[in-house]
Structures are given as C-alpha cells and as structure tokens.
Design a protein around this ligand. Structure first.
Ligand code: GLC
Length: 560
C-alpha cells in the first residue's frame, strides 16, 4: 500500500466515524515539502552503521556554537550520529522532556541573546552533516509540559477548545490498572486541577496528551515534519508504550499505540524515507520488537534488558547472562530493516524495572552496584550512577564493558562524558533538585564537562581519562571500518578448554568478513586455546596471536 493510502487506512482504524477531511487538509498543506530525491537503500538504513553519542547540548558545551566547536573531537572519537537530548523550549523540570513549544529551540542554546535560534541550529546541522555526522533528537510525544500553551488553555475551562488535548476525569479511578512509573516520587497518575483531575504517566507537571482526539495526532505530526524539513535525521520516540490509554488495561503497548507509530512512520516516509524513528520502549524484547512492526513502525529500538545483564555478567564474572539475553528464546529476530540500539549508560538511571529483570536480578544488581544509598532511584528499581562510578573507576572493567557493547549486534550509544570516565556530579544534582523541587537522583549522572580539565587530562597518556578515551577511540575506529559489527550475524562459541561463562566468545560474520571476539569476564588471567577456524589469527589491538588473556582482557581477531 502506498504511504498515502496507508495513512487513510490507519486513520479509519484509529478514528472510526471521524471524517477524513482533517487528514485531507493536513496532507494538502504538507505536499509542498515532499522530496523528489528518494535516497537509495544505503542511506535509508544508515542507522545500522551508526555510532551514536547522546548529549545535553548545554551541559556538553554551553550551546550549539559550543557543540559545533567540538564536532572534530567527536568525529575523531569515531562518532557519526548525535542524539541530542531535549533541546526544545521547556521549563526544564524533567531535563527538557517537559516540552512547552515543539517548534522552538531553547533560547539559551542559541548562544548570544537575540541570536536567530533557527539559524544557529541550522548552521550546527550543516556543520555536523559536512563531517558525516547525523543528528537525531528527542520529541516527547506522550506528554507536554504543564506550561505548554495547549495545557494553559485546557485548564482554563471545560469548554476550552484545547480541553480535549488532555485527559480529564472527575475521580482517580479511571485507568487505575496503569502502574506508577516514577515510584517513590509520584503517588498517583492523576493530578487535581479545578474540580477535575488530569492524567500524567510521569511527573505531575507533564500532562499526558489525548491521542483519541485526532487534532493531537495532527499537531504532533506537524512538529515532526517541521524538524524533518529543517534537516534533522530522526527522532527518539520517548515513552511510546504509554501513548494510548484504555480503561481496564495496563495502558501499555495497546494496539492503538502501534497504529500511531505506523502513522508517524508512514508520514515521515511519505515525505523523506530514512528519517529514523527510535523507540524508547522499556519492555521485554518480545514486546519491543513489535515497535518495529513488519518494518513499518520504528526503524530501531533500545535493547533495555541487555544493559543490566551486561552489568550482571561483569559482576558474576560470567558471560552467560549476556548469551542468554541474546538467545532467540529471549531476543526475537528483527524485521530486515530493524536494528537494536545498545548502551551501557544513558541520561537515565541504570534501570532495573521489573518489566524486564526478575526480582532476584534486581536485588543482585542493586546490591552489587548501588554503592551509595544516594544513588538509588525509584525505590530500588534503579541506580543513578555513571559508568565509571559503577565500575569503581576500574578502567579494565570499563573497557571490557565497552568492548562488549561495541562487538555485540546493534548500534551502540555512548553517553556523553563516559568516553573519558566522567564521574557523578553531586554539585549539579544539588542545584537541580533545588530548582525542580523533585528528588530526582538522575541529575547525578548529568552535569557539565570541564573542557580545560579534560584537555589537560587527555594530554597525559597515563591519566584515567586518557586510558579510557584512547582505547575506546581505537575500538571505535576498528568498528567503523567493518560493517560486520552493526550488520553481521553472531554465533556464541566455547573455546577449547574454557570453563562455563568465564570467556564470552563469539563469531561475527557479514559477507566474507569474519571476526572472533573473546572477552575474559574474570579477574584472573586465562590461557587461550583458539578454535581451528581462528588458528594463528592475531588480535587487532596488538598484532599478537593470543596465548593468555589478562584479567578483564579482550581480543578482536580477524578471521577472514
Ligand atoms: C523517558 C526519558 C526520561 C523522562 C521520561 C519522561 O523515559 O528517558 O528521562 O523522564 O521519558 O519524559
């Protein structure tokens, strides 16, 4: 079915009985942006070869001019896609996931006062693109800020035209099967306002949008197309499982949520294929895969459980939890165009939601890694700490974790600062909880980069920062020369004589390119016996054929 027909088809399913005139008019207004030059396949699935770096524009380096100045640093590191954490107008009570204007970059990110925000952003985009770096950003679609003008209008009266952009109820019993996501911070999904309550799945200052009203869908589509037209290469689709609510259900992963995603995808493809939709669905892989549909929903999605299982594997000194997580029984096949996005750390906590880890695992990982009670988030269901803090500043374990994430299937995402071992930032956390009035420990893992200090550290090859940065850079450069890591198949193997799980070994293959990757998960040196297929092969990092792998060591061997 052509995208245009698809849009009408989905409309009919989502909004039976509602005239398609709204959609007709909407499509008329956007026709003008259609791009006749449909990119070839290579460009359309660019995300499979990406190395993503996620950052807060202001905390990374003040503003877009500041980021532009650091594009060479990122390029040199081996990054080819930036994921900008929220940059749109916001009162910043949830680090920008509380959007108050979907069309405007925050003024402070434009640099000097009065600067043309859009022009500054466009020039940053052009600079990034000229270095082969794509740019995606966050659009929170499930909710707005309570300072968005739709909500300011909606709360004025029950007959305000914007009232129906949000979800209202006389009491708090509606949707009461939906869990509370920010456990320990929010007590209810409803907030009193006048003589009614409005619904919010996250903070009480983030009212959920009502997609049962087709005008909301049209408004969100318009903002996606606006940024697509400016040149943004894709969007992280925040909190997608919760976007549609139905009484009597848990209000997660409902069929209509998928229809909305199909609608967004068909629309973006109609204008310009290759604009990435990346699903943030904190669910089991079997559920997440559904957000890639038959290649007609999101292009890619985060593999959430892989992240805590990597931490579990490192704590247990065994690759088994990782291998089990990636087994077909747990991680289903993706549609041909689909891709996992993998990560060690992100702007949120190390999340241990019981949706995808067992209670036993939650307790174990929390005990092993929540080294200070202040790091706890969501009453034991998360840990707010940077990668180096979690690894107790042990560069061997940090690099082991990086080698794992860079060689397993998927597109890796590096969280800003983690490339040089940035630590938790208590000063920033204290400042932010004071400003937001919520004890959100995730602010510990945010915070500014001190570039002067960093460049001093990077000049000293023996410093902790250099140790991590330089080795990570080397790994990224090898990875970037071989599409195998982003696109190839994986086969886990046991090396001759290896004990259960102490070596995490696998073969990655793409066409004729073949690699054997070996990780020593333990704190003891291990004698290596290569399988016949890799006899005599050498480790790309030191040109030696491995005899012994140091504690937490790893080797990447090119077989063919
Ligand atoms: C996503 C973001 C998180 C934010 C939440 C609500 O989960 O990753 O940082 O708080 O959505 O928008």
């Amino acid at each position: 079915m052509q995208q245009r027909d698809l849009l009408f088809d989905i409309w009919g399913k989502l909004y039976p009985g509602i005239s398609t005139r709204i959609l007709d008019n909407f499509l008329l207004t956007i026709e003008v942006n259609r791009n006749a030059n449909i990119p070839d396949n290579e460009q359309v699935d660019w995300y499979k070869d990406a190395v993503v770096y996620s950052l807060y524009a202001d905390l990374f380096n003040h503003d877009f001019t500041g980021i532009t100045q650091k594009l060479d640093y990122l390029h040199e590191l081996g990054v080819n896609c930036l994921w900008l954490l929220p940059v749109l107008d916001s009162p910043m009570r949830d680090a920008g996931f509380d959007i108050s204007d979907y069309y405007s970059i925050r003024a402070e990110l434009a640099g000097t006062e009065g600067a043309d925000k859009q022009a500054v952003f466009s020039s940053f985009l052009a600079e990034a693109h000229s270095r082969g770096i794509r740019v995606i950003f966050d659009i929170a679609m499930n909710h707005t800020s309570d300072e968005h003008h739709w909500f300011l209008e909606a709360r004025k009266s029950k007959d305000n035209p914007y009232r129906n952009y949000y979800i209202w109820s006389k009491d708090e019993t509606l949707y009461d099967k939906a869990r509370i996501i920010f456990k320990g911070i929010e007590k209810s999904n409803w907030e009193p306002c006048g003589d009614e309550f409005y619904y919010h799945r996250f903070f009480n200052f983030q009212p959920d949008l009502n997609y049962k009203n087709p005008l909301v869908l049209m408004a969100m589509c318009r903002s996606l197309l606006f940024w697509q037209n400016i040149g943004v290469d894709g969007f992280r689709v925040d909190a997608i499982p919760y976007i549609w609510k139905e009484e009597g259900t848990e209000c997660e992963n409902l069929p209509q949520a998928h229809m909305l995603v199909k609608f967004f995808r068909a629309l973006l493809d109609y204008i310009k294929p290759g604009s990435l939709l990346l699903a943030e669905a904190c669910q089991q892989p079997a559920k997440v895969v559904e957000y890639m549909g038959d290649g007609d929903e999101c292009h890619a999605a985060y593999h959430f459980p892989l992240m805590p299982r990597i931490f579990k594997s490192i704590a247990q000194q065994s690759g088994t939890p990782i291998e089990e997580t990636l087994s077909k029984a747990f991680t289903p096949e993706l549609p041909a165009s689909g891709q996992w996005f993998t990560f060690l750390r992100c702007h949120d906590e190390l999340s241990l939601e019981l949706v995808y880890v067992t209670e036993e695992e939650r307790r174990y990982i929390h005990q092993q890694y929540c080294l200070k009670p202040e790091w706890d988030f969501r009453l034991g269901e998360g840990i707010s700490a940077r990668l180096s803090e979690l690894m107790q500043r042990d560069e061997r374990r940090i690099l082991l974790a990086y080698s794992i994430i860079l060689t397993l299937p998927g597109t890796p995402v590096i969280y800003y600062g983690d490339e040089f071992g940035k630590l938790n930032d208590e000063g920033y956390y204290n400042e932010m909880i004071h400003l937001t009035g919520k004890d959100d420990t995730r602010f510990l893992v945010r915070g500014k980069i001190d570039w002067d200090k960093l460049s001093q550290n990077l000049e000293d090859p023996g410093s902790f920062s250099s140790q991590i940065f330089n080795k990570l850079k080397l790994m990224l450069h090898v990875r970037n020369q071989h599409k195998t890591f982003g696109r190839g198949s994986i086969e886990f193997i046991t090396l001759p004589g290896a004990l259960n799980g102490n070596l995490l070994s696998f073969i990655r293959t793409f066409g004729t390119d073949k690699w054997l990757i070996i990780h020593n998960m333990t704190d003891k040196a291990i004698k290596i016996n290569l399988p016949p297929i890799a006899a005599g092969c050498i480790n790309v990092f030191d040109n030696n054929s491995p005899a012994v792998l140091e504690p937490y060591g790893f080797n990447w061997l090119k077989i063919s």
